[in-house]
Design a protein around this ligand. Structure first.
Ligand SMILES: [Zn+2]
Length: 345
């Protein structure tokens, strides 16, 4: 297949990079065009008055429906990681473009796939304003009148082992949205509150938080301990790594530095108020820190297999530990992708 006729069957395919407003426009358009497949919810309104959208992609989805196994994908927890948004957006577009294909239809009929493609829209906006290291949100920090010391790192603001040491997060705001400031209290931010309340109402058995960069799968506990499900995490991320070359680990294995108040640790470790355990992972997309002229298509292709397999295993994650079963599910995903990714770059 030549360049010119790549993806002729994808009328809604997003190209290039997208500012928050452009992402929102896509989500609204898709919700209007595919009312039976796309449901748009607002989790929160940010300090700068932007919406945090959650999008469900599923066949015949209704708000109260908890009967289908659920999977969560999150992008742009950190503002300066636009590839995390682009991969999320393309995953949604892929599902919608192929919704009538038998394998994809089967997935949409049996799973609820939830996306929060821009968890931190104010941070992403800062990035596109040219603040290329801005990770945090845009909270006005008391005692810091300079706007370049605004912001709380949302991935240090969750209420599990929040602020347990000064190495994995900081008690003071950083410069230019950098520096891992955890905020004045757990869940002090509208974005993290919105995510907490949303997740607590749902039943996510598995999740991916997309970040960039490093080509890694990371799993709990990021504050610095091994999870009870270490064997599960090793089996699943090891399988995915064989496909796309990503490495895998946690701070105990030395794969990544420590962080506390991180979303994955909360998703996995907190079981208060009837909240279930989510087998949460972070996906660090891309080899390098990419200013917005890297190739989002290429990064999507590297991550689509793992992301769809995640949805498939959401029904019964324990089956991952059965290597024969994992292989069969992997073949299902390969069948889902066959001939649908257009020309190889
Ligand atoms: Zn990040």
């Amino acid at each position: 297949m030549g360049k010119s006729d790549a993806k002729p069957h994808l009328p809604n395919w997003p190209r290039g990079y997208h500012r928050p407003e452009k992402v929102f426009a896509y989500l609204q358009k898709w919700a209007a065009e595919y009312p039976g497949l796309v449901q748009l919810d607002t989790l929160a309104t940010t300090h700068e008055n932007r919406p945090v959208y959650a999008v469900r992609v599923s066949d015949h989805c209704t708000d109260s429906d908890l009967s289908k196994p659920e999977v969560l994908y999150v992008g742009a927890t950190h503002g300066c990681e636009p590839l995390s948004v682009e991969v999320s957006l393309r995953l949604i577009a892929f599902l919608l473009s192929h919704a009538s294909d038998p394998q994809v239809r089967d997935l949409l009929q049996t799973r609820s796939l939830w996306f929060v493609p821009v968890f931190n829209p104010d941070g992403l906006h800062q990035y596109y304003q040219g603040n290329f290291i801005w990770k945090a949100n845009r909270k006005r920090n008391k005692g810091h009148r300079f706007k370049f010391r605004h912001g709380v790192d949302l991935n240090r603001n969750f209420g599990y082992e929040w602020g347990c040491d000064e190495e994995g997060s900081r008690s003071t705001p950083g410069w230019f949205g950098f520096g891992s400031y955890r905020g004045p209290a757990p869940f002090s931010e509208p974005e993290s509150q919105g995510m907490r309340d949303f997740v607590s109402k749902r039943r996510f058995s598995v999740s991916f938080s997309f970040h960039s960069f490093g080509e890694k799968y990371l799993y709990p506990y990021n504050y610095g301990a091994d999870p009870a499900d270490l064997a599960w995490y090793q089996a699943f991320t090891g399988h995915l790594g064989k496909k796309n070359g990503y490495s895998a680990g946690n701070p105990v294995s030395g794969e990544i530095y420590k962080s506390n108040g991180d979303m994955d640790d909360w998703l996995y470790g907190d079981h208060s108020g009837g909240k279930g355990k989510t087998l949460a992972m972070t996906v660090e997309i891309g080899k390098l820190y990419l200013l917005p002229w890297g190739n989002p298509e290429k990064q999507f292709k590297k991550n689509v297999y793992g992301s769809l397999l995640l949805a498939l295993i959401a029904g019964e994650p324990a089956l991952v530990l059965d290597s024969g079963h994992l292989k069969v599910m992997g073949e299902k995903v390969e069948a889902m992708l066959k001939g649908k990714l257009g020309a190889e770059d």
